[in-house]
Ligand binder design. Structure first.
Ligand code: SF4
Length: 221
């Protein structure tokens, strides 16, 4: 009998973030996250409460949506050990698998076929930023470097200065995909766009497409 995972929600939507933005995607939102980021927009999934499902049961639900792209998100998906096997099972079944992680845990045990979208938390989040995942990405063989994306969500100019320093220290934007976005209501995407242009940053400005498509809808998108 497989171990079960606690699932907060499982739904079909348009991928709103990352370099896969705009594509239909099945989302598996796992429950539970021990981090307490100031700007968390999925706080309802932070408690370890949800529907227990086996990896095979989750794959069956994903299959019912009929799309080839699936994202494992949370909460913090890596807090549930069976998530590793779930991602491998989805890869085995031919899915393109995205992992969205808060970046507090190393991704070294994640199946290399998984495309990892890793948060780097700036100071205003109140959370610590784990740089170990940057080192893992930079040390990865060339053919796997493209499976890492780093996402930095900024609330202020001082967060931006922090991000600039981090990008420069690792020459990160030249070596990996870097997504910069803003905390809704704290920093306007247009202001961030201006800074990116001024500094000629080789990053991707990320708008949360699902929030533009379905404003005010917090769940299931
Ligand atoms: S890691 Fe993600 S889910 Fe967890 S508190 Fe931070 S933003 Fe919320």
């Amino acid at each position: 009998m497989s171990e079960t995972l606690l699932v907060s929600e499982l739904f079909l939507s348009i991928q709103g973030e990352s370099s896969y933005a705009g594509r239909p995607c099945a989302f598996v939102r796992l429950a539970g996250c021990e981090a307490e980021c100031a700007w968390c927009d999925t706080r309802y999934a932070a408690a370890p409460e949800g529907d227990p499902m086996t990896p095979e049961g989750i794959v069956e639900r994903v299959k019912s949506f009929g799309v080839p792209l699936v994202e494992i998100t949370g909460g913090e998906p890596l807090e549930q050990p069976p998530a590793y096997g779930l991602m491998s099972l989805l890869c085995d079944r031919g899915y393109t698998v995205l992992l969205e992680t808060g970046g507090f845990l190393p991704v070294d045990r994640v199946d290399p076929r998984v495309h990892k979208i890793i948060d780097l938390k700036p100071p205003s989040s109140g959370a610590a930023c784990l740089t170990q995942n940057i080192e893992l990405a930079l040390e990865a063989p060339d053919e796997l470097k493209g499976s890492y994306e780093f996402k930095i969500i900024l609330a202020s100019r001082s967060d931006y200065a922090w991000a600039l320093e981090l990008l420069r220290r690792y020459d990160l934007a030249a070596r990996c995909t870097v997504l910069l976005g803003t905390v809704s209501g704290k920093l306007s995407p247009a202001e961030l766009a201006g800074w990116i242009l001024e500094d000629r940053l080789n990053v991707r400005l990320q708008l949360q497409l699902h929030k533009l498509l379905w404003p005010g809808k917090d769940r299931g998108v």
